[in-house]
Design a protein around this ligand. Structure first.
Ligand SMILES: Cc1cc2nc3c(=O)[nH]c(=O)nc-3n(C[C@H](O)[C@H](O)[C@H](O)COP(=O)(O)OP(=O)(O)OC[C@H]3O[C@@H](n4cnc5c(N)ncnc54)[C@H](O)[C@@H]3O)c2cc1C
Ligand SMILES: *[C@@H]1O[C@H](CO)[C@@H](O)[C@H](O)[C@H]1NC(C)=O
Ligand SMILES: *[C@@H]1O[C@H](CO)[C@@H](O)[C@H](O)[C@H]1NC(C)=O
Ligand SMILES: *[C@@H]1O[C@H](CO)[C@@H](O)[C@H](O)[C@H]1NC(C)=O
Ligand SMILES: *[C@@H]1O[C@H](CO)[C@@H](O)[C@H](O)[C@H]1NC(C)=O
Ligand SMILES: *[C@@H]1O[C@H](CO)[C@@H](O)[C@H](O)[C@H]1NC(C)=O
Ligand SMILES: *[C@@H]1O[C@H](CO)[C@@H](O)[C@H](O)[C@H]1NC(C)=O
Length: 636
């Protein structure tokens, strides 16, 4: 993936003094002594909730505490970036960069993961690929909480989430000329909202964009007119999270903060870390105090929430705040010497992410394609591209970000061994052998084991469904494809670093620790190989370069996966899962932390398991639905 690292320092300075950012708080002395709602983390989901609460309850006060600072993030995919750039682990403003522990199943390699550290969170730094999961993903979430959650009025199945997906964005139809040029398709019934988080199609494609798409079609993959309406199996056009005219990134820091920052009851404090929550009395009689630390002078203070505290610090930091608060797995807290407040084994468990190997080829009879990304190396071409981006409406390469098409294929549609694989999953769940692949913390905890067994039973059914995707192959330009494993079975953990509890947590990714993940990666690679046999690919003389035509046995393909696996496509999730407490869950369907008063989690850590999509659209929908739930409980 492409994560260039240019931040426009000069522009940031201008933003900092210009309205609406003038309202931003930088010192606790600028705050009230207490707020009705305190939200930890000004990211994708957190700002969505803050916007809705402050809008609905003008008489109630809302404080968001954000670790980072304002950054419009203009550098990412905007000039003077090179568009295709490269992932970097170097520290840079606005982005957390993590390296996981070595992964023994994958030759002790480590995951490199980023996360937003700015107003807007990861929505301000991501790849802008703006897709929703399949209806079967969200239906599977609901199944994971059934029967325990059946009595709840809050439904997290597709039907229960679709209205919030629609509400969360403004979709703008592309200009007819662009539709004619690229063949974009969509169905407006999947949209209909007017929230200023924009979803639109770019007015540009690289010249070879149709090659891989045509090959996918020739492989027999269905072409879907719309993939945001719940049916997501086939070749999809995916909108980008950008403004339809300026093609500038649209993110939570703009749509859910800057556009409403003048609301007097909506305060945003930047450059402060929520260190923990503190229950002065019993943990069930909340809300807790919020303890925070200035990142400029290390001063620690408490702020009082009158109604609720909402943790929205993301997959890595929400569980870390809970652990520092004494809310988490009792054995771990004892080990690191944090007094136990509430034993919740699921805090920081269930970590997983999209991962996958790369399939690549070259053309022995290359087409004479122009323009291509390599043209950006030409100074004149690049300058022209930058100028086009500043046109109204914006044009040219910079409007495309990474790319906006992908195919999504179910396991039955990609391999004849699908029943062997799904039977293997069922067998390992039934005979208990699946547990041998889990993190050590699971082995002594019956709730985590039961929760994982339920996940396996749901995932094996999901993977047997010909309409539910197992593989995503995004981005049609160029001579390589990433094979995203959408539903991994391996699970890892997030733990605070006990020698340095306020610094970044320790990530144990454990990618491919469950051997079925290798079976899936190998099946995905074999399927992608079929691309090269299509008439379109043959026309250009496509030859496999990775893994390479000589790599044929399952064993050899597995070795290729071990050598080349990208552990993280930046969609880590599920570390404070919405599951029953008896299944290692952390929050219920109202997103309240089990057993804790006045405390909810609203971010992608509440996902029970991953969806067949990049995660930002789901983060917004979770934020919208959570806001409605919270509003409902304070109206009553
Ligand atoms: C580089 C990258 C590329 C991606 N590409 C795509 C893509 O193309 N399409 C897509 O749909 N998704 C993509 N994603 C994923 C998607 O953006 C995220 O899953 C989603 O935005 C997460 O939302 P969130 O609300 O859970 O957390 P975030 O949006 O990450 O918000 C968490 C916020 O909490 C703050 N915080 C953390 N700790 C504390 C603390 N202790 N106190 C106070 N504040 C704190 C952080 O600074 C951050 O602002 C990408 C992510 C990354 C990082
Ligand atoms: C340090 O930061 C705190 C919290 O923002 C603020 O209240 C205080 O005034 C600062 N102190 C100094 C000496 O800058
Ligand atoms: C991985 O690291 C472990 C522990 O350091 C070591 O025992 C093992 O040999 C390493 N494996 C490989 C493949 O390097
Ligand atoms: C997958 O299989 C289903 C059911 O057999 C079929 O309807 C669908 O068109 C197939 N999709 C693709 C992409 O081949
Ligand atoms: C915050 O409140 C807790 C509980 O009352 C207390 O122990 C702690 O000292 C307070 N911290 C500060 C900085 O006042
Ligand atoms: C393409 O890759 C094949 C296999 O690695 C190699 O033999 C061939 O020389 C390459 N051709 C070009 C044009 O790069
Ligand atoms: C924990 O923090 C210490 C001190 O900052 C650091 O040296 C160490 O590498 C960290 N450990 C991990 C696993 O990140």
């Amino acid at each position: 993936m492409v994560f260039p690292n240019i931040f426009h320092v000069g522009l940031l300075a201008t933003l900092a003094t210009a309205s609406p950012y003038a309202a931003i708080k930088r010192q606790t002395t600028q705050l009230h002594e207490s707020y009705d709602f305190i939200i930890a983390g000004g990211g994708t989901a957190g700002l969505t909730v803050a916007d809705r609460l402050s809008e609905t309850f003008p008489e109630k006060t809302v404080l968001v505490v954000e670790y980072g600072d304002i950054a419009y993030a203009p550098g990412v995919f905007d000039p003077p970036d090179t568009v295709w750039g490269g992932a970097s682990t170097a520290p840079r403003p606005g982005i957390f960069s993590f390296q996981s522990l070595p992964n023994s199943e994958v030759k002790n390699r480590t995951a490199v993961v980023l996360a937003g550290q700015t107003v807007g969170g990861s929505s301000a730094v991501n790849g802008m690929f703006f897709d929703r999961g399949s209806r079967f993903d969200y239906d599977a979430w609901a199944r994971a909480g059934s029967p325990e959650f059946d009595a709840s009025e809050h439904k997290w199945d597709w039907q229960g989430l679709f209205p919030y997906f629609r509400k969360s964005v403004t979709f703008t139809e592309p200009h007819p000329d662009i539709v004619e040029k690229y063949g974009y398709s969509w169905d407006t019934s999947a949209f209909g909202g007017s929230t200023p988080i924009h979803s639109s199609f770019p007015p540009f494609q690289w010249a070879d964009h149709f090659v891989a798409r045509q090959a996918w079609e020739e492989m027999g993959v269905r072409v879907a007119d719309e993939c945001a309406g719940g049916d997501k199996e086939g070749v999809c056009w995916v909108p980008l999270s950008q403004h339809p005219v300026t093609a500038r990134r649209s993110h939570a820091g703009l749509g859910h903060y800057a556009s409403v920052a003048t609301r007097p009851n909506y305060h945003l404090l930047v450059q402060h870390q929520v260190t923990r929550v503190v229950y002065p009395k019993d943990v069930s009689s909340g809300p807790p105090l919020v303890e925070l630390r200035s990142l400029t002078n290390a001063t620690v203070s408490n702020i009082t929430a009158k109604a609720e505290v909402i943790l929205a610090a993301g997959t890595f930091h929400t569980p870390t705040i809970l652990q520092r608060s004494g809310i988490g797995p009792a054995p771990f807290l004892a080990e690191v010497g944090i007094p136990l407040v509430l034993d919740l084994p699921g805090v920081g468990a269930n970590l997983h992410d999209h991962s996958g190997p790369t399939f690549s080829w070259n053309y022995t009879k290359p087409g004479n394609f122009s323009p291509m990304p390599s043209d950006m190396l030409d100074v004149t071409f690049a300058a022209d591209a930058a100028a086009q981006f500043n046109d109204t409406p914006a044009r040219g390469p910079y409007t495309l970000a990474m790319a906006n098409s992908a195919m999504y294929v179910s396991l039955p549609n990609l391999t004849t061994s699908h029943t062997t694989i799904t039977n293997k999953i069922r067998a390992m769940a039934t005979d208990g052998s699946a547990s041998s692949y889990l993190p050590a913390a699971y082995l002594s905890d019956p709730t985590l084991l039961a929760g994982y067994a339920r996940q396996l039973s749901i995932l094996s059914a999901f993977l047997s469904n010909p309409q539910a995707p197992s593989l995503e192959v995004p981005f049609a330009t160029g001579t390589s494809s990433r094979a995203f494993l959408l539903h991994p079975l391996s699970r890892g953990t997030v733990r605070l670093n006990h020698t340095s509890p306020l610094s970044q947590p320790t990530l144990d990714y454990r990618s491919a620790s469950n051997p079925v993940d290798f079976d899936l990666h190998v099946a995905h690679l074999r399927f992608l190989r079929e691309m090269l046999a299509t008439p379109t690919m043959r026309r250009y003389g496509a030859e496999e370069t990775g893994p390479g035509a000589h790599v044929q046995s399952d064993e050899a393909l597995r070795e290729y996966v071990k050598d080349t696996l990208t552990f993280s496509f930046m969609h880590p999730c599920c570390t404070a899962a919405m599951l029953p407490r008896g299944l290692g869950g952390v929050v219920g369907p109202d997103l309240r932390v089990h057993g804790a008063g006045g405390l909810r989690v609203v971010d992608v850590s509440v996902l029970p398991f991953l969806v067949s999509a990049h995660t930002s659209a789901t983060a917004y929908a979770v934020g919208e639905k959570a806001a409605d739930i919270i509003i409902g409980s304070w109206r009553a």
